[in-house]
Design a protein around this ligand. Structure first.
Ligand code: CA
Length: 333
Protein backbone atom coordinates (compact mmCIF):
# COMPACT_ATOMS: atom_id res chain seq x y z
CA UNK A 1 0.00 0.00 0.00
CA UNK A 2 1.06 3.60 -0.42
CA UNK A 3 1.62 4.21 3.24
CA UNK A 4 4.21 1.46 3.48
CA UNK A 5 6.63 3.25 1.17
CA UNK A 6 7.55 5.58 3.97
CA UNK A 7 7.64 2.93 6.68
CA UNK A 8 10.82 1.20 5.61
CA UNK A 9 12.89 4.22 6.50
CA UNK A 10 11.25 4.46 9.86
CA UNK A 11 11.63 0.89 10.92
CA UNK A 12 15.25 1.14 11.96
CA UNK A 13 14.46 3.85 14.47
CA UNK A 14 11.44 2.09 15.94
CA UNK A 15 13.23 0.26 18.69
CA UNK A 16 14.77 3.47 19.98
CA UNK A 17 11.38 5.15 19.93
CA UNK A 18 9.76 2.20 21.65
CA UNK A 19 12.32 2.51 24.44
CA UNK A 20 11.27 6.10 25.03
CA UNK A 21 7.67 4.96 25.18
CA UNK A 22 8.42 2.57 28.01
CA UNK A 23 9.53 5.56 30.02
CA UNK A 24 6.49 7.64 29.15
CA UNK A 25 3.55 5.46 28.11
CA UNK A 26 1.01 8.10 29.15
CA UNK A 27 2.22 10.26 26.29
CA UNK A 28 0.85 7.87 23.69
CA UNK A 29 -1.91 6.02 25.46
CA UNK A 30 -5.46 6.82 26.27
CA UNK A 31 -5.68 3.86 28.64
CA UNK A 32 -5.50 4.69 32.33
CA UNK A 33 -3.67 1.46 33.10
CA UNK A 34 0.10 1.31 32.82
CA UNK A 35 1.06 -0.64 29.69
CA UNK A 36 2.67 -3.56 31.54
CA UNK A 37 -0.41 -4.03 33.68
CA UNK A 38 -2.63 -3.85 30.62
CA UNK A 39 -0.41 -6.39 28.83
CA UNK A 40 -0.73 -8.78 31.78
CA UNK A 41 -4.49 -8.70 31.22
CA UNK A 42 -4.01 -9.47 27.51
CA UNK A 43 -1.76 -12.35 28.50
CA UNK A 44 -4.38 -13.85 30.80
CA UNK A 45 -7.03 -13.58 28.10
CA UNK A 46 -4.74 -15.18 25.51
CA UNK A 47 -3.91 -18.07 27.85
CA UNK A 48 -7.63 -18.62 28.25
CA UNK A 49 -7.80 -18.99 24.47
CA UNK A 50 -5.13 -21.66 24.48
CA UNK A 51 -2.01 -19.63 23.75
CA UNK A 52 0.95 -21.14 25.61
CA UNK A 53 3.36 -19.36 27.96
CA UNK A 54 6.14 -20.23 25.56
CA UNK A 55 4.42 -18.41 22.69
CA UNK A 56 3.46 -15.46 24.89
CA UNK A 57 7.00 -15.09 26.25
CA UNK A 58 8.38 -15.00 22.71
CA UNK A 59 5.61 -12.74 21.39
CA UNK A 60 5.85 -10.17 24.17
CA UNK A 61 9.66 -10.12 24.54
CA UNK A 62 10.57 -6.43 24.59
CA UNK A 63 7.10 -5.31 23.49
CA UNK A 64 6.28 -1.67 24.20
CA UNK A 65 3.96 0.88 22.62
CA UNK A 66 5.28 2.28 19.34
CA UNK A 67 4.74 6.08 19.20
CA UNK A 68 5.07 6.07 15.40
CA UNK A 69 2.08 3.73 15.12
CA UNK A 70 -0.08 6.16 17.09
CA UNK A 71 1.20 9.03 14.99
CA UNK A 72 0.29 7.21 11.77
CA UNK A 73 -3.12 6.27 13.16
CA UNK A 74 -3.84 9.87 14.14
CA UNK A 75 -2.56 11.43 10.95
CA UNK A 76 -4.21 9.45 8.21
CA UNK A 77 -4.52 11.91 5.38
CA UNK A 78 -7.83 13.74 5.35
CA UNK A 79 -7.00 15.07 1.95
CA UNK A 80 -8.28 12.57 -0.55
CA UNK A 81 -6.38 12.02 -3.74
CA UNK A 82 -8.30 12.58 -6.91
CA UNK A 83 -8.90 9.51 -9.04
CA UNK A 84 -6.18 10.15 -11.63
CA UNK A 85 -3.61 10.97 -8.92
CA UNK A 86 -4.39 7.68 -7.20
CA UNK A 87 -4.23 5.70 -10.43
CA UNK A 88 -0.94 7.37 -11.41
CA UNK A 89 0.57 6.01 -8.22
CA UNK A 90 -1.07 2.61 -8.02
CA UNK A 91 -1.38 1.40 -11.62
CA UNK A 92 1.90 2.54 -13.16
CA UNK A 93 3.31 1.19 -16.41
CA UNK A 94 6.22 -0.25 -14.40
CA UNK A 95 3.76 -2.19 -12.26
CA UNK A 96 1.84 -3.41 -15.30
CA UNK A 97 5.05 -4.62 -16.94
CA UNK A 98 6.17 -6.32 -13.77
CA UNK A 99 2.76 -7.94 -13.32
CA UNK A 100 2.91 -9.34 -16.86
CA UNK A 101 6.36 -10.79 -16.27
CA UNK A 102 5.35 -12.37 -12.96
CA UNK A 103 2.12 -13.72 -14.40
CA UNK A 104 4.17 -15.58 -17.00
CA UNK A 105 6.90 -16.59 -14.57
CA UNK A 106 4.46 -18.14 -12.10
CA UNK A 107 1.99 -19.24 -14.74
CA UNK A 108 1.81 -22.90 -13.77
CA UNK A 109 1.23 -22.19 -10.08
CA UNK A 110 -1.31 -19.47 -10.88
CA UNK A 111 -3.19 -21.77 -13.26
CA UNK A 112 -3.39 -24.37 -10.52
CA UNK A 113 -4.69 -21.83 -7.95
CA UNK A 114 -7.11 -20.35 -10.49
CA UNK A 115 -8.59 -23.78 -11.21
CA UNK A 116 -8.83 -24.78 -7.56
CA UNK A 117 -10.49 -21.59 -6.28
CA UNK A 118 -12.17 -20.43 -9.48
CA UNK A 119 -10.64 -16.95 -9.39
CA UNK A 120 -8.98 -15.58 -12.53
CA UNK A 121 -5.21 -15.38 -12.03
CA UNK A 122 -5.03 -11.82 -13.33
CA UNK A 123 -7.00 -10.67 -10.28
CA UNK A 124 -4.72 -12.62 -7.93
CA UNK A 125 -1.66 -10.93 -9.45
CA UNK A 126 -3.34 -7.50 -9.43
CA UNK A 127 -4.13 -7.72 -5.71
CA UNK A 128 -0.65 -9.01 -4.96
CA UNK A 129 0.86 -6.10 -6.92
CA UNK A 130 -1.27 -3.40 -5.34
CA UNK A 131 -1.06 -4.71 -1.77
CA UNK A 132 2.69 -5.21 -1.55
CA UNK A 133 4.23 -4.39 -4.94
CA UNK A 134 4.47 -8.15 -5.54
CA UNK A 135 5.89 -8.87 -2.12
CA UNK A 136 8.51 -6.15 -2.18
CA UNK A 137 6.85 -3.81 0.34
CA UNK A 138 5.14 -5.73 3.10
CA UNK A 139 5.71 -3.34 6.00
CA UNK A 140 8.47 -3.65 8.56
CA UNK A 141 6.51 -3.14 11.76
CA UNK A 142 6.47 -5.90 14.36
CA UNK A 143 2.81 -6.99 14.22
CA UNK A 144 2.36 -7.90 17.89
CA UNK A 145 3.82 -4.59 19.10
CA UNK A 146 1.82 -2.58 16.55
CA UNK A 147 -1.47 -4.28 17.43
CA UNK A 148 -0.70 -3.99 21.15
CA UNK A 149 -0.05 -0.27 20.66
CA UNK A 150 -3.39 0.24 18.91
CA UNK A 151 -5.27 -2.02 21.34
CA UNK A 152 -3.78 -0.20 24.34
CA UNK A 153 -4.63 3.14 22.78
CA UNK A 154 -8.23 4.16 23.32
CA UNK A 155 -9.38 5.00 19.81
CA UNK A 156 -10.24 1.58 18.40
CA UNK A 157 -9.14 -0.73 21.21
CA UNK A 158 -11.90 -3.33 20.86
CA UNK A 159 -11.13 -3.98 17.20
CA UNK A 160 -7.36 -4.13 17.67
CA UNK A 161 -7.48 -6.22 20.85
CA UNK A 162 -9.43 -8.83 18.89
CA UNK A 163 -6.83 -8.71 16.10
CA UNK A 164 -4.04 -8.99 18.68
CA UNK A 165 -5.62 -12.15 20.14
CA UNK A 166 -5.89 -13.65 16.66
CA UNK A 167 -2.26 -12.71 15.91
CA UNK A 168 -1.14 -14.52 19.06
CA UNK A 169 -3.11 -17.59 17.96
CA UNK A 170 -1.32 -17.49 14.58
CA UNK A 171 1.98 -17.61 16.47
CA UNK A 172 0.70 -20.43 18.67
CA UNK A 173 -0.16 -22.41 15.54
CA UNK A 174 3.42 -22.00 14.36
CA UNK A 175 2.75 -20.43 10.96
CA UNK A 176 5.50 -17.84 11.43
CA UNK A 177 8.20 -17.17 14.04
CA UNK A 178 7.42 -14.25 16.40
CA UNK A 179 10.43 -12.27 15.21
CA UNK A 180 9.37 -12.68 11.58
CA UNK A 181 5.76 -11.61 12.07
CA UNK A 182 6.06 -8.26 10.31
CA UNK A 183 3.43 -6.07 8.75
CA UNK A 184 2.07 -2.59 8.22
CA UNK A 185 1.73 -0.22 11.15
CA UNK A 186 -1.92 -1.30 11.47
CA UNK A 187 -1.16 -5.02 11.49
CA UNK A 188 -1.74 -6.00 7.84
CA UNK A 189 0.61 -8.90 7.27
CA UNK A 190 2.62 -10.48 4.52
CA UNK A 191 2.51 -10.24 0.75
CA UNK A 192 -1.29 -10.01 0.66
CA UNK A 193 -1.55 -7.71 3.69
CA UNK A 194 -4.06 -9.80 5.63
CA UNK A 195 -5.19 -8.65 9.04
CA UNK A 196 -5.06 -11.53 11.55
CA UNK A 197 -8.85 -11.98 11.26
CA UNK A 198 -8.58 -12.39 7.47
CA UNK A 199 -5.68 -14.78 8.00
CA UNK A 200 -7.87 -16.95 10.20
CA UNK A 201 -10.71 -16.98 7.72
CA UNK A 202 -8.86 -17.28 4.45
CA UNK A 203 -5.14 -18.07 4.68
CA UNK A 204 -4.15 -21.33 2.99
CA UNK A 205 -1.18 -23.68 3.25
CA UNK A 206 -1.10 -24.40 -0.46
CA UNK A 207 2.34 -25.99 -0.62
CA UNK A 208 1.44 -28.37 2.19
CA UNK A 209 4.42 -27.75 4.48
CA UNK A 210 2.19 -27.24 7.53
CA UNK A 211 2.57 -23.45 7.58
CA UNK A 212 0.25 -20.81 6.18
CA UNK A 213 3.16 -18.63 5.20
CA UNK A 214 1.82 -15.47 3.54
CA UNK A 215 5.14 -13.76 4.20
CA UNK A 216 7.46 -16.02 2.19
CA UNK A 217 5.59 -18.70 0.24
CA UNK A 218 4.10 -17.70 -3.11
CA UNK A 219 1.85 -20.80 -3.28
CA UNK A 220 0.41 -19.78 0.08
CA UNK A 221 0.15 -16.09 -0.92
CA UNK A 222 -1.66 -16.79 -4.21
CA UNK A 223 -4.01 -19.38 -2.74
CA UNK A 224 -4.83 -17.14 0.23
CA UNK A 225 -5.75 -14.25 -2.07
CA UNK A 226 -7.90 -16.56 -4.20
CA UNK A 227 -9.61 -18.09 -1.19
CA UNK A 228 -10.42 -14.65 0.21
CA UNK A 229 -12.17 -13.77 -3.04
CA UNK A 230 -13.92 -17.11 -3.54
CA UNK A 231 -14.99 -17.13 0.11
CA UNK A 232 -16.41 -13.63 -0.33
CA UNK A 233 -18.65 -14.50 -3.26
CA UNK A 234 -16.36 -14.18 -6.30
CA UNK A 235 -17.68 -15.48 -9.61
CA UNK A 236 -15.14 -16.39 -12.28
CA UNK A 237 -17.70 -16.27 -15.08
CA UNK A 238 -17.66 -12.47 -14.98
CA UNK A 239 -15.24 -9.62 -14.55
CA UNK A 240 -15.24 -6.59 -12.22
CA UNK A 241 -16.92 -4.06 -14.49
CA UNK A 242 -15.96 -1.63 -17.23
CA UNK A 243 -15.68 2.06 -17.94
CA UNK A 244 -18.81 3.57 -19.51
CA UNK A 245 -20.19 6.89 -20.73
CA UNK A 246 -23.49 8.35 -19.62
CA UNK A 247 -25.82 10.21 -21.97
CA UNK A 248 -26.61 13.92 -21.55
CA UNK A 249 -29.37 14.43 -19.06
CA UNK A 250 -28.71 11.12 -17.28
CA UNK A 251 -30.55 11.03 -13.94
CA UNK A 252 -27.81 11.67 -11.40
CA UNK A 253 -29.80 9.90 -8.72
CA UNK A 254 -28.88 6.65 -10.48
CA UNK A 255 -25.14 7.23 -9.95
CA UNK A 256 -23.41 5.52 -7.05
CA UNK A 257 -26.69 4.17 -5.86
CA UNK A 258 -26.80 0.65 -4.58
CA UNK A 259 -29.80 0.03 -6.76
CA UNK A 260 -28.44 -2.42 -9.28
CA UNK A 261 -29.90 -2.88 -12.68
CA UNK A 262 -29.34 -5.40 -15.43
CA UNK A 263 -27.00 -4.14 -18.14
CA UNK A 264 -29.91 -4.14 -20.58
CA UNK A 265 -31.66 -1.53 -18.41
CA UNK A 266 -28.55 0.65 -18.37
CA UNK A 267 -28.29 0.18 -22.11
CA UNK A 268 -31.89 1.40 -22.48
CA UNK A 269 -31.01 4.45 -20.37
CA UNK A 270 -28.28 5.35 -22.86
CA UNK A 271 -25.19 4.03 -21.04
CA UNK A 272 -22.49 2.93 -23.49
CA UNK A 273 -18.94 1.61 -23.57
CA UNK A 274 -16.32 4.38 -23.66
CA UNK A 275 -15.78 3.67 -27.37
CA UNK A 276 -19.48 4.34 -27.94
CA UNK A 277 -20.32 0.68 -28.47
CA UNK A 278 -23.17 -1.17 -26.80
CA UNK A 279 -22.82 -2.74 -23.37
CA UNK A 280 -22.12 -6.49 -23.21
CA UNK A 281 -25.11 -8.63 -24.13
CA UNK A 282 -25.01 -10.70 -20.94
CA UNK A 283 -27.49 -9.41 -18.43
CA UNK A 284 -25.14 -8.87 -15.52
CA UNK A 285 -26.30 -6.80 -12.57
CA UNK A 286 -24.41 -3.53 -12.38
CA UNK A 287 -24.33 -0.24 -10.55
CA UNK A 288 -22.87 3.00 -11.88
CA UNK A 289 -19.84 4.35 -10.00
CA UNK A 290 -18.51 7.87 -10.45
CA UNK A 291 -14.98 9.15 -9.75
CA UNK A 292 -13.53 12.61 -10.31
CA UNK A 293 -10.19 13.64 -11.76
CA UNK A 294 -8.04 16.66 -10.80
CA UNK A 295 -9.41 18.56 -13.77
CA UNK A 296 -12.93 18.06 -12.44
CA UNK A 297 -13.79 15.60 -15.19
CA UNK A 298 -16.02 12.78 -14.01
CA UNK A 299 -15.50 9.20 -15.14
CA UNK A 300 -18.03 6.38 -14.77
CA UNK A 301 -17.89 2.64 -14.41
CA UNK A 302 -20.49 -0.06 -14.63
CA UNK A 303 -19.53 -2.13 -11.59
CA UNK A 304 -20.60 -5.81 -11.52
CA UNK A 305 -21.07 -8.10 -8.55
CA UNK A 306 -17.36 -9.02 -8.37
CA UNK A 307 -16.67 -5.32 -7.77
CA UNK A 308 -18.51 -5.70 -4.45
CA UNK A 309 -16.25 -8.62 -3.58
CA UNK A 310 -13.15 -6.43 -4.09
CA UNK A 311 -14.80 -3.83 -1.84
CA UNK A 312 -14.97 -6.44 0.92
CA UNK A 313 -11.17 -6.60 0.72
CA UNK A 314 -10.85 -2.81 0.86
CA UNK A 315 -13.85 -0.47 1.03
CA UNK A 316 -12.44 2.04 -1.42
CA UNK A 317 -13.89 2.61 -4.87
CA UNK A 318 -10.49 3.76 -6.13
CA UNK A 319 -8.90 0.57 -4.83
CA UNK A 320 -11.48 -1.63 -6.53
CA UNK A 321 -11.19 0.20 -9.87
CA UNK A 322 -7.39 0.04 -9.62
CA UNK A 323 -7.46 -3.73 -9.04
CA UNK A 324 -9.83 -4.15 -11.99
CA UNK A 325 -7.78 -1.89 -14.26
CA UNK A 326 -4.51 -3.67 -13.47
CA UNK A 327 -6.21 -7.04 -13.95
CA UNK A 328 -7.55 -5.88 -17.34
CA UNK A 329 -4.02 -4.90 -18.41
CA UNK A 330 -3.05 -8.56 -17.83
CA UNK A 331 -5.92 -10.00 -19.82
CA UNK A 332 -4.44 -11.98 -22.66
CA UNK A 333 -7.66 -12.14 -24.60
CA1 CA B 1 2.82 -23.45 3.36
Amino acid sequence: MLRTVATKRIVSTLRALAFVAVLAPAAVAASTQPFDQWLAGVRTEAKGRGVSDRTLDAAFAGVAPIPRVIELDRNQPEFRLKFDEYMDRVVTQTRIDRARRLLAEHGQLLDEVEAKYRVQKRFIVALWGIESDFGRITGGFPVIASLATLAYDGRRSTFFRKELMLALEILEQGHIAPADMKGSWAGAMGQNQFMPSSFHRFAVDHNGDGHKDIWNSLPDVFASIARYLSGSGWRDDMTWGREVTLPDGFDRKLIGSDARKPLSDWEALGVRRVDGGPLPGRDLQAKIVEVTERSGRARHFAAYEDFEVILKWNRSTYFAVAVGTLADALDAR
